[in-house]
Design a protein around this ligand. Structure first.
Ligand code: TYD
Ligand code: MG
Length: 459
């Protein structure tokens, strides 16, 4: 009898190694390799044998490929459709990833309800919660159709029967980490189980033209396989983000074979589940206290939509030892860079100060276009001078202190104007060609921006 071998799988990227290593050679992550029984590279077949449709194994000219053959059905949740690129594609696999408690089950149940009402049969498979819990959640959400088929099951082989019986248009699996297949011995949630289950389910979905929605947890511990292991197996990867202490939730696509990855869906989690946010800027600015130092508004682009966010900074004298720098919602190293630039190229002295930066609403800003606003918020707190209440700022800040151009300035200015921010500090470069841009005030460098703040601050 052959000796049973084991391999070491990376929980981040799925790379396999014959022996344990401290660092994964595939993705460079530390301490992510875990031991698993080796599985043969047997080709994955579907749970059910494919119906012979005569098309497989036959090449056809490109011109004969039917392009209307990819009909989508809208999910009925506008923000989700926006991110998906119009709706779910039959036979495709969508992975919804996010931290536990962020709202993945809520979103998938709402999606199941909408589709059941409008487009067709849905099979909702739960491996995490009992059927009673699903029912209670459904009642909380309201308007969940009674015909929605639910199944409490973790063995993927057991899905074949209900799948064939109901021929659903959509199957939701909550979650892929609790699914397991008999083909592999390792525990549910291990890299090989997750990968094999996903492969089996997606092959079945492709055979039947069913849209498959997989829910996956993102965890930092090595015990559960991260959805990154699945990224190459699925057609669409959606990430559900947000701070659990705030109601805002952002849904972004990090991969989409059927649409752009530029769009972002914005939701709030309320008493009755997730609802779309029509007017994100208003929501993010709702609790703002105008006229207080250390705050600056920035129009950032969330996908193709401009959204106004408030950046807050607090500069305090450093206590004992090294100064502290704490950032929430923005990259630490970006703020460190801006502090160095402010220190060098403006009159703001920050060397011996603690600096705290926060983006309001639990959102994460990754755009360099927020640089100028962050720098101004910090300067405003340090100098104890508040920006005028109708002023916003956007622009990237370079190491030489220069304020650099950003894209889609007209959209940003329009959104700012709509919410009463009549004046926006922008890179002077963008104004060079234009005769006049309403409300835009050009600044060349960070020193000039800080001087502007000094001259125009609220007394
Ligand atoms: P859930 O969908 O269970 O998260 P996940 O599947 O990603 O783990 O959502 C859990 C949180 O959402 C929980 O803290 C309760 C909250 N919630 C609401 O605020 N309103 C609601 O209507 C529902 C159903 C949940
Ligand atoms: Mg859940």
């Amino acid at each position: 009898m052959a000796k049973s071998r084991s391999v070491f799988c990376c929980t981040e990227c799925g790379t396999q190694q014959p022996r344990w290593l401290g660092r994964c050679p595939g993705c460079g992550a530390w301490d992510t390799l875990i031991e698993e029984p080796a599985v043969g590279e047997a080709p994955t077949t579907s749970l059910m044998m494919p119906a012979p449709d005569g098309t497989s194994g036959k090449a056809i000219p490109l011109a004969d490929v039917d392009t209307d053959g990819a009909p989508r059905f809208p999910t009925g949740i506008a923000e989700l459709d926006r991110v998906l690129g119009g709706g779910l594609v039959p036979g495709s696999v969508v992975l919804i990833g996010g931290e536990p408690g962020i709202g993945k089950s809520t979103l998938s149940l709402q999606l199941a309800a909408q589709i059941e009402q409008k487009a067709g049969r849905v099979l909702y498979v739960t491996g995490e919660e009992s059927l009673e819990q699903v029912r209670l959640r459904a009642e909380r959400l309201g308007e969940i159709p009674r015909s929605l088929m639910v199944l409490s099951e973790t063995r993927v082989e057991a899905l074949a029967g209900p799948w064939r019986e109901h021929s659903p248009a959509v199957v939701v699996i909550d979650s892929i980490q609790t699914s397991r297949t008999e083909r592999i011995e390792s525990a549910a949630g291990s890299v090989s189980q997750v990968r094999e289950c996903a492969a089996l389910l997606s092959a079945t979905a492709k055979n039947h033209g069913t849209a498959l929605v997989l829910v996956g947890h993102v965890t930092k511990e090595g015990t559960l396989a991260g959805p990154r292991v699945l990224e190459h197996l699925v057609d669409v990867v959606l990430n559900f983000e947000g701070d659990r202490s705030t109601p805002f939730r952002l849904l972004r696509a990090s991969k989409n074979r059927f649409g752009s990855t530029q769009e972002v869906g914005i939701f709030t989690m309320g008493e009755k589940g997730l609802s779309a946010v029509e007017n994100p800027s208003e929501l993010f600015l709702a609790e703002r206290r105008p006229g207080s130092p250390g705050s600056c508004i920035v129009p950032v682009m969330e996908g193709t939509r401009p959204v106004l966010l408030e950046v807050q900074a607090l500069v305090a004298p450093a206590g004992y030892g090294t100064a502290r720098r704490t950032c929430v919602g923005i990259d630490d190293s970006r703020v460190a860079l801006l502090l160095a630039v402010l220190d060098r190229h403006s009159e703001v002295d920050l060397l011996s100060s603690d600096v705290y930066v926060n983006v309001v609403g639990g959102v994460r800003v990754t755009e360099p276009a927020a640089d100028l606003a962050v720098a101004l918020a910090i300067a405003s707190s340090r100098l104890d001078k508040a920006l005028p209440t109708d002023v916003a700022a956007c622009g990237e800040v370079g190491l030489g202190g220069e304020v650099r151009r950003v894209g889609r300035l007209d959209q940003r200015l329009r959104e700012a104007g709509r919410l009463g921010f009549e004046r926006v500090l922008v890179p002077s470069g963008v104004l060079a060609g234009a005769a006049q841009v309403d409300g835009a005030i050009g600044v060349e460098d960070i020193g000039q921006a800080v001087r502007w703040l000094f001259d125009h601050c609220v007394k």
